[in-house]
Design a protein around this ligand. Structure first.
Ligand SMILES: [Zn+2]
Length: 188
């Protein structure tokens, strides 16, 4: 019976090709970020509200003028909720007159690995403790990184293997969660 049902499954249909800019502002789905709202600025550039964290952290990004906002001083967690992000996006859209830019192209893997390496190096501090690296720090650049959390974690793990002098990965034997730390410089 199961085999019969399986055999009757329709052939998979290829996804339609994405429409070109400016329509792409309506349909663009950057890898690793979920676009939840769109606003148009005064020159019809798209202002995105997206989440890279299953809707509990939100980011506003203007595809006209590079405006980005990922944090909220009003909330103790420091992240924007959807309403806060929507208010900021709407406010920005009513004042921004920047023309639409092209959608950021998807960088190749080496370029993203290099960007992550630079980010890690930038997190290193002259202190006794190593600095924990939080994926949430990357929220504002997810539309340019265009990679999933898993991809980023894998890249960080590889970097920890090849350059243990700059980043270390520690996996809890109880939870199997891996945390990443930028190695500290000697204290001065
Ligand atoms: Zn703008």
């Amino acid at each position: 019976m199961a085999l019969t049902l399986f055999a009757r499954r329709p052939e998979p249909v290829e996804a339609p090709a994405p429409a070109p800019w400016p329509e792409i502002g309506e349909t663009w789905k950057p890898e690793g970020a979920t676009v939840v709202q769109r606003y148009y600025n005064q020159a019809h550039a798209v202002v995105l509200v997206y989440t890279a964290a299953e809707n509990y952290r939100h980011v506003v990004a203007c595809l006209g003028c590079h405006f980005t906002k990922a944090n909220s001083a009003a909330r103790s967690c420091g992240w924007l909720d959807l309403k806060g992000a929507a208010d900021i996006a709407n406010g920005h859209a009513t004042t921004c007159r920047a023309l639409p830019r092209d959608i950021p192209s998807r960088p190749d893997d080496d370029a993203v690995r290099d960007q992550l390496r630079q980010w890690v190096v930038g997190q290193r501090r002259h202190q006794s403790e190593d600095t924990e690296l939080w994926i949430s720090f990357l929220d504002p650049v997810r539309p340019t990184l265009q990679r999933t959390n898993i991809w980023i974690e894998t890249a960080l793990r590889q970097l920890a293997d090849t350059q243990p002098d700059i980043v270390v990965a520690k996996t809890s034997e109880y939870t199997e969660v891996t945390r990443f730390y930028a190695r500290s410089y000697p204290e001065i």
